[in-house]
Design a protein around this ligand. Structure first.
Ligand code: UTP
Length: 298
């Protein structure tokens, strides 16, 4: 069996990035030369996915436009022989098919994923958050590893996790490895997920990291989970899967793989700076500019 379907939820309100995200999707904020969500789509294309469903919502139409054909632009650039720009316009994802479903109300990530039920039908599927880039040099094979483990172990969910320091535990869902499980193995089974724990309550330092593979049983778990404070939490549904006796496994990001999250201004600025200083053309000038701004010797 191969996994060909992926879901990118992009329907959140992005309140932590207001006012930048008031009238444009946070997933369209530029990082280096591309909007964040284009990195996510290119990662999916690279890892062999074929059908991509965006869960969109209020003020998210720019994402549909971005992945649509743009004949006028192509004609203009072709006329001026601007081949490099033409190449950059094609999100290296031309073999992908894009689909869209609209989340009626932004009732949490879990609720967003419920909208994918008809699309995925009976097959396991990838979920990639539209506001997080996973990078290893050009492309990480994290998704391929997740899909491989998912099928090999017949898991109900396979989750990417990243080892984070104490001060970041409270930002994420943190997993509890099953007794005797080896987190350094290719994958390991978990027995619980604690959402945004304090350092004392954290069951490990492995934080859920923006990429998942689910089997369709997740929809049953999501429905059984219900809402907490008006939202359906994905971590709660994963907990529910475990309660149902359905195996949930994790795959650790490699030390050289990095997650760049743009959910708040601090992480967005850091991400932007990282990509700007590594830009092939402008990188050296940006590095020099930063040194000058910081009063460091050039
Ligand atoms: P976040 O929780 O980071 O996004 O969800 P948010 O709710 O937009 O952010 P804040 O807290 O208000 O600042 C991670 C991903 O899940 C999507 C978001 O668009 C984001 O890409 N999401 C979140 C949905 O699709 N629907 C939702 O109801 C919530």
């Amino acid at each position: 069996m191969i996994i060909e379907k992926a879901v990118i939820p992009v329907a959140g309100l992005g309140t932590r990035l207001l006012p930048a995200s008031k009238s444009q999707p946070k997933e369209m904020l530029p990082v280096g030369r591309k909007p964040v969500v284009q990195y996510v789509v290119e990662e999916l294309a690279h890892q062999g996915l074929r059908d991509v469903l965006f869960i969109t919502g209020w003020k998210k139409r720019a994402i549909e436009d971005h992945f649509d054909e743009s004949p006028e632009l192509v004609q203009r650039l072709t006329g001026k022989s601007q081949w490099e720009l033409l190449d950059a316009l094609d999100p290296k994802a031309s073999h992908l098919h894009f689909f869209y479903a609209r989340q009626k109300h932004p009732r949490g990530l879990g609720d967003a994923i419920l909208y994918a039920e008809h699309f995925v039908a009976e097959s396991p599927f990838v979920v990639a958050l539209g506001d997080a880039i996973i990078q290893y040099r050009n492309y990480s094979d994290l998704l391929r590893r997740l899909m491989g483990v998912h099928l090999k172990h017949n898991a109900s969910a396979t989750i990417a996790v990243e080892e984070v320091p104490d001060e970041e535990l409270g930002l994420y869902g943190v997993v509890k490895p099953k007794e005797g499980a080896d987190p350094d193995a290719e994958s390991f089974e978990i027995e619980d997920v604690v959402e945004k724990p304090s350092v004392e309550d954290a069951p490990s330092h492995y934080a859920i990291s923006a990429r998942y593979v689910f089997s369709p049983i997740i929809f049953r778990a999501l429905r059984q989970t219900g809402q907490t404070e008006g939202e359906v939490g994905l971590s709660h549904a994963i907990r529910q899967l475990i309660r149902m006796g359905a195996p949930v496994r994790c795959v650790k990001l490699k030390p050289e793989e990095t997650r760049y999250d743009i959910g708040n201004f601090e992480t967005y600025f850091k991400t932007f700076i990282h990509f700007a200083i590594h830009d092939k053309e402008c990188g050296p000038a940006i590095r020099e500019f930063i040194r000058e701004e910081m009063g460091l010797d050039v």
